[in-house]
Design a protein around this ligand. Structure first.
Ligand code: SF4
Ligand code: SF4
Length: 91
């Protein structure tokens, strides 16, 4: 079953330390190379939001509470032979 993540980034809290970039297992975090946040740092960006697996490593390591991570799990379908017995299970 696929597990996907969704990130909320409070980029003005970011100090551009790069710790999150180093731990993301799917390598979708980077520091902005063309702009700064209100604190004068290059903030973290997500290069491919659809690839986030919701592991929350970024949120765990970030010292400045920049990330909120939501996880969603795909709806689990019952096997074909069970359809009609009862409603499909939802996660
Ligand atoms: S939740 Fe995991 S996969 Fe998603 S951006 Fe953070 S470290 Fe990367
Ligand atoms: S760990 Fe936090 S403060 Fe450091 S670059 Fe990532 S989001 Fe910014």
């Amino acid at each position: 079953m696929a597990t996907k993540g969704m990130l909320i980034i409070n980029e003005n809290r970011c100090k551009g330390c790069g710790l999150c970039v180093s731990v993301c297992p799917v390598h979708i975090l980077k520091l902005a190379d063309d702009r700064f946040n209100v604190r004068g740092y290059r903030p973290v960006e997500v290069t491919d939001p659809e690839a986030c697996i919701g592991c929350a490593m970024c949120a765990t390591i970030c010292p400045d509470v920049v990330f909120t991570v939501y996880r969603r799990r795909a709806r689990r379908e019952r096997p074909a032979e069970a359809v009609g017995e009862e409603a499909p299970v939802r996660w």
